[in-house]
Design a binder for this molecule. Structure first.
Ligand SMILES: Nc1ncnc2c1ncn2[C@@H]1O[C@H](COP(=O)(O)OP(=O)(O)OP(=O)(O)O)[C@@H](O)[C@H]1O
Length: 294
């Protein structure tokens, strides 16, 4: 690492993943059934680079089970990079490197010997743009992650899983009579809820959401927000959002990221959402949440 500011940091040795971006990475699904219930996610001194460009500097944040954590901050401050580091997607970018630790219930997902698939098994991701398999049926979309990662289930158990996940994603009533129709035939908001159902089918402990409503209309946004609040009882949720009202509505705690004057992104302040919005301790936080910049 050539960055002069990183002398004391040890970068995480990342294996080469050429040609193995993986089903989970491209579909938003995770792998394997690890059981319900959220995990506490802890990022310790996370730094990130693209080539020599350092974009995050020693970011530490605990995202407790049972809470929704919102990552907020202006464009380019490293929120999405941080999110991708949490489930080992950052390393899929050829020039990317990182330092630090990501602990899921105390286990470092970057520890030597920890498999990429295991990280994805535990930490799912829902993207900004809904990305179901458009020609695949609604039913098969929900179970796509299982197939791609070798988890075997069938018959009634599979039907029950599809119903359970679509129900949790708030979509079951709308699609129960047309499960064999293609996922691409759904509205944008329905497609996003289908992607949430697909992620849930693998029973992740953590669900990462990168601006999941930015491509959706207000009604669909409200449905996703309701779904987030319902899901947090069983999966830890971390959401990146530019929408301060959304952060205030859905999150229990917030972290405000900022990359000032060409410096790498860092957390200025984090804490309970109500306090962050009503009485932030740093003037930069109040400037941002009150819309004076960003
Ligand atoms: N694939 C990449 N290659 C090189 N640089 C990248 C790449 N992805 C992001 N960056 C850089 O990393 C920095 C952080 O980007 P990131 O997307 O994480 O910020 P962000 O806060 O999520 O922004 P936004 O809110 O606009 O999505 C930016 O300077 C960006 O240009």
């Amino acid at each position: 690492m050539t960055d002069q500011t990183t002398q004391t940091e040890t970068t995480v040795p990342l294996p080469a993943y050429a040609g193995s971006t993986g089903a989970a990475g491209s579909t938003g699904a995770t792998t394997g059934a690890t059981g319900a219930g959220g995990a506490t996610l802890e990022a310790r001194r996370i730094s990130a680079w693209f080539g020599d460009h350092k974009v995050l500097d020693r970011v530490s944040l605990t995202m407790p089970t049972g809470l929704v954590t919102a990552l907020i901050g202006p464009s380019g401050c490293g929120k999405s990079t941080f999110l991708r580091i949490l489930n080992r997607m950052h390393e899929l970018i050829p020039s990317a490197s990182l330092a630090g630790e990501v602990l899921v219930d105390g286990q470092d997902v970057y520890a030597t010997g920890q498999r990429l698939t295991e990280a994805r098994r535990q930490v799912g991701m829902v993207f900004q743009k809904p990305n179901p398999f458009p020609a695949m049926s609604i039913y098969d979309n929900v179970t796509a992650g299982l197939k791609l990662t070798g988890v075997r289930t069938g018959g009634r158990a599979k039907d029950d899983l599809v119903e359970e996940c679509l129900t949790k994603a708030g979509l079951w009533k709308e699609v129960r009579t047309r499960l064999r129709q293609p996922g691409g035939a759904l509205s944008g908001g329905q497609q996003q809820r289908l992607c949430i159902a697909r992620s849930l089918a693998i029973r992740p402990k953590v669900l990462l959401m990168d601006e999941p409503c930015s491509a959706l209309d207000p009604t669909s946004t409200r449905r996703i927000e309701e779904t987030i609040r319902e899901l947090v009882h069983e999966v830890t949720i971390v959401i990146v959002t530019h929408n301060m009202q959304q952060a205030a509505r859905v999150s229990d705690q917030c972290a405000f990221f900022l990359a000032e004057q060409g410096t790498p992104g860092a957390i200025v302040e984090h804490g309970p959402t109500a306090a962050m919005f009503s009485a932030p301790s740093d003037p930069r936080t109040s400037d941002y949440v009150e819309g004076r910049f960003g």
